[in-house]
Design a protein around this ligand. Structure first.
Ligand SMILES: *[C@@H]1O[C@H](CO)[C@@H](O)[C@H](O)[C@H]1NC(C)=O
Length: 479
């Protein structure tokens, strides 16, 4: 069955290649940059970053709203400094290390840890970004749309938390809301603007995922309530939490929450929220906001979320795997290419790397006989082969008919992202084929191109300490 499927794909692919005159089509012009207003790469990156701490800290203003479930048997935790089990709506954490930092207040140090177990699948709404960060500059924008019907930055405070939870629970009928938090309290040094904490030469990010539960009894059950011994106060008083935070930094992130990408809603969807195109124009990605959305678009977003059915659609496409297969192909090797190009060496080594990156798409017929043209238009068939590799299967009418509106958005995101990667690489490769690799202008030009591409993609894999950070396991103090 599987084999037949692939044979079918190959057939589709060959037919398409035979039918369309390649180089003549402007569609495969290697000089055409993506539109500055295109958002496919932003959808691609936000969707492939869902439920992962690191990318959602780097870009803390969320743009995605997606339903998910927490399966039966999942444990959730709530920490407090008294033995009272909450009867009303409250927060729960997916890791106990995160929950117990809320045990402590300025007046009390006794720690009661409540462990809950999920007794039926909980249906949740997830807001991406650092959506529990009570800061006015954007992390709560998407929630605001659902809570107040408009973005209200002045309500990004603790004082509004329970009103917010009540509104969300009463209006949309989910069992709860999933958010990512970087907590701040009087006992914690404030995070800097970039939310990095450079401490003792170590890069420390402290983050957690929380589930704001609409009921502490319906769908969850108390497993234990226990007073715990104090945590050791060395290396840092939140040592265990710092560790637990890193478990979910990168893909697959928080695996206990299963998302329904087939009904995902993105504020980067320019068909759904066209009013945001102009407010994003010229802004750095970190400053993209939902503030500025017009009333019509805000209503459309609400309507889309209210119409999300209980179960995922049945196209059967694993979008997360598809997105990550593209990321896997390019993330490390683009970084390697950047390093090689920064070494001030001739273009040969970089060219070899580019050849390997494009290996499955470098058609024999494109280079034999050797291209005689001094421009790179001859490489269009290679560009096309690379750019369509991951999404061609979904262009067929039978698959198109099964896709939801959200899946069309995801398909476009994969297509646009992969296309720009291929365009950049194929252009460099084609230049390498027709130029002298000892020309010193080539590596300089390629270096700029690779930087532009990596900035445009904005993947979290590339935001890290160089050289690598020391993992926070050592105890730097004399005990
Ligand atoms: C991008 O959006 C801005 C703001 O809406 C608009 O002025 C500009 O013409 C758009 N550019 C393209 C290429 O569509």
């Amino acid at each position: 069955m599987l084999l037949n499927f692939w044979v079918l794909l190959l057939t589709v692919n060959c037919n398409a290649v035979n039918q369309v005159p390649l180089a003549a089509s402007d569609e495969w012009n290697l000089k055409t940059f993506p539109s500055p207003n295109a958002t496919g790469h932003l959808v691609f990156d936000t969707v492939s970053s869902l439920l992962q701490h690191w990318p959602n800290t780097k870009h803390h203003n969320g743009h995605t709203i997606v339903t998910g479930t927490i399966p039966t048997g999942t444990l959730l935790y709530h920490g407090r400094n008294d033995p009272n089990i909450p009867s009303a709506r409250e927060w729960a954490a997916t890791d106990s290390e995160f929950a117990r930092i809320f045990c402590y207040s300025d007046t009390s140090v006794s720690c009661w840890l409540l462990t809950l177990v999920v007794t039926r699948p909980l249906r949740l709404l997830y807001f991406d970004g650092s959506s529990a960060a009570k800061r006015p500059e954007g992390p709560m924008d998407t929630q605001d749309l659902f809570t107040w019907g408009a973005v209200r930055p002045e309500r990004a405070t603790r004082a509004w938390e329970y009103k917010r939870l009540d509104r969300l629970c009463d209006t949309l009928g989910f069992d709860g809301y999933v958010r990512q938090i970087y907590p701040s309290s009087s006992r914690r040094p404030q995070l800097t603007d970039t939310h990095f904490r450079m401490q003792l030469g170590l890069l420390v990010l402290i983050l957690g995922s929380e589930v704001m539960l609409c009921s502490f009894t319906d769908g969850v059950q108390t497993q234990t309530l226990a007073r715990l011994e104090d945590e050791p106060g060395f290396w840092h008083y939140e040592y265990a939490f710092i560790h637990s935070s890193t478990w979910h930094d990168h893909y697959p992130g928080e695996t206990r929450i299963h998302l329904d990408l087939t009904h995902l809603v993105s504020l980067y969807d320019t068909a759904l929220a066209p009013s945001l195109v102009s407010s994003r124009y010229g802004q750095a990605r970190r400053d993209h906001r939902v503030l500025g959305i017009d009333e019509r678009d805000a209503r459309a977003v609400l309507a889309r979320v209210q119409a999300i059915p209980l179960h995922p659609s049945s196209s059967g496409i694993d979008w997360q795997a598809l997105f990550h297969s593209i990321r896997d192909r390019y993330a490390t090797r683009l970084e390697a290419l950047q390093v090689v190009l920064s070494e001030n060496s001739p273009a040969q080594r970089a060219f070899v790397l580019i050849q390997t990156l494009l290996a499955p798409y470098r058609l024999y017929s494109a280079v034999v006989p050797p291209p005689s043209r001094s421009d790179t238009a001859w490489a269009a068939p290679v560009f096309r082969s690379c750019a369509t590799a991951h999404t061609l299967f979904a262009e067929s009418e039978s698959i198109q008919a099964t896709l939801t509106a959200s899946e069309h958005l995801l398909l476009t995101a994969a297509r646009e992202t992969n296309r720009e990667i291929c365009r950049t690489l194929v252009e460099m490769w084609a230049e390498g084929v027709i130029s002298s690799l000892s020309d010193p202008r080539l590596p300089r030009k390629w270096q700029e191109e690779v930087k532009r591409l990596m900035d445009w993609l904005g993947w979290d894999a590339w935001t890290k300490c160089r050289p690598a950070c020391v993992f926070p396991v050592r105890v730097p103090f004399a005990l």
